[in-house]
Ligand binder design. Sequence first.
Ligand code: CMP
Length: 160
Amino acid sequence: MERTLILIKPDGVQRGLIGQILSRFEDKGLAIAGMKLMHMSEDLAKKHYEPHQDRPFFAPLVQFMTSSPIVALTLEGVNAISICRKLVGATFGPDAEPGTIRGDYGMSRSFNLIHASDSLPSAAREIQLFFEPNELLDIHRAIQPWIYDTEDLALAETLT
Ligand code: CMP
């Protein structure tokens, strides 16, 4: 089953949106494999955003991400990475479509509520920055056959 890293950023936590954001993913059918409330260290923020280290927004982004607690999540599902990116929406709230998380909750061009891994290699790299292997649980959900097509479920299980 595919896994992706989601971060509810400091603005999402401060605004009391943890529950509502989490509900978007749960309502869609994604499973929570790992979850923690944490204060990101500068070292972790720099590692997480390493691909952006030469961009002008890198330093303010690290400052923002370390300014207040975040929630780190590992979510699991068939095509979890692309589905979560769609649920999250365009990078900043004013550009994001209504119905997406950023489109429904965000107005800022610097704070954007949430991060979602953009590819399989990014997800693998990012998940291990935030979670030890034993912090990720393989929850068997009895509801699974009511969420996925049988073929998708069988395929996902061969990839696990
Ligand atoms: P995120 O999904 O966490 O991944 C990279 C982050 O860089 C992105 O969300 C934004 O927070 C930030 N970002 C991307 N583009 C810009 C930009 N043009 N100006 C400021 N921050 C940006």
